[in-house]
Design a binder for this molecule. Structure first.
Ligand code: BGC
Length: 252
């Protein structure tokens, strides 16, 4: 069954039709920059444009860059603070006429990797880390999602959250080389290792495309691999999550 998957990020909103049984993308990815205001209504309008682009009729799966509980946004992430408390499902349904399944973006990316990617069949604690505007994290124990892990929120030195210092947005803002930035990223991974003792860490998100430029600086005990679905994982995982919700009435 083809399902429209949408991945909402701090810099772009992307969608594609996905065969949610095989995890294959059926169309090119369509991307529109995230509106500068990062406010609910402006972003919902962009989501509607993405849905219209695909001339699609069914339910939509959507990864969203904040804590999401029962379709409600629970934290601002890197978006406008007015998102907190908004029922994202309802807002997007109102703007598009489609049914939505919304989950955290890193949880969605993890879903794709655990079902169709490098995480398939991996037991124990697997952490998906996405590098983008923020540092997202998705946790899976014996293949089952533990939703809304927020490892990018660990305070670090003068920063309220380590992602402000170690995400791709910090690299851009401070014009850091991959060499310099990846040492920060490795520091973040060290904390992750210390706090949750994972068995495997999968690195995804936009910056994972540049894996070759920074993986030599990843130096922790835990095995760290690149998500081979790279930045498509968010779209694919959102579609998979949507299909599961259609079948089971809940995410598994
Ligand atoms: C948010 C997370 C999100 C991550 C990646 C963080 O700022 O707190 O919920 O997964 O950014 O988008």
């Amino acid at each position: 069954m083809d399902i429209l998957g949408i991945d909402i990020g701090g810099s772009g909103i992307k969608g594609a039709l996905v065969n949610a049984e095989t995890g294959e993308m059926q169309t090119e990815r369509f991307r529109i920059p995230t509106p500068k205001s990062k406010k609910p209504k402006d972003m919902a309008k962009v989501v509607a444009k993405i849905v219209e682009h695909f001339d699609y009729k069914g339910p939509v799966g959507c990864g969203f860059p904040s804590i999401v509980k029962n379709g409600v946004c629970m934290s601002p992430g890197n978006l406008h603070k007015s998102w907190v408390g908004v029922n994202i499902d309802e807002l997007f349904t109102k703007h598009t006429g489609h049914e939505f399944t919304v989950l955290n973006d890193a949880d969605a990316a993890g879903y794709a990797s655990m079902n169709y990617g490098i995480g398939k069949g991996e037991n124990g604690l697997v952490i998906m880390v996405t590098i983008g505007t923020g540092l997202g994290s998705g946790a899976f124990f014996n293949g089952v999602l533990i939703p809304n892990f927020e490892l990018g929120q660990i305070p670090y030195k003068k920063y309220k959250k380590i992602e402000t210092w170690a995400a791709a947005s910090a690299k851009e803002r401070e014009e850091l080389s991959f060499e310099k930035w990846s040492k920060r990223f490795n520091k973040f991974l060290k904390y992750v290792e210390l706090i949750v003792s994972p068995d495997l860490i999968i690195v995804g998100g936009g910056t994972s495309k540049k894996w070759g430029e920074f993986s030599h600086n990843i130096d922790i005990e835990t095995k760290v691999v690149k998500a081979e679905l790279m930045n498509h994982a968010g779209i694919i995982g959102a579609a998979v999550a949507c299909l599961r919700e259609q079948h089971h009435g809940q995410l598994h």
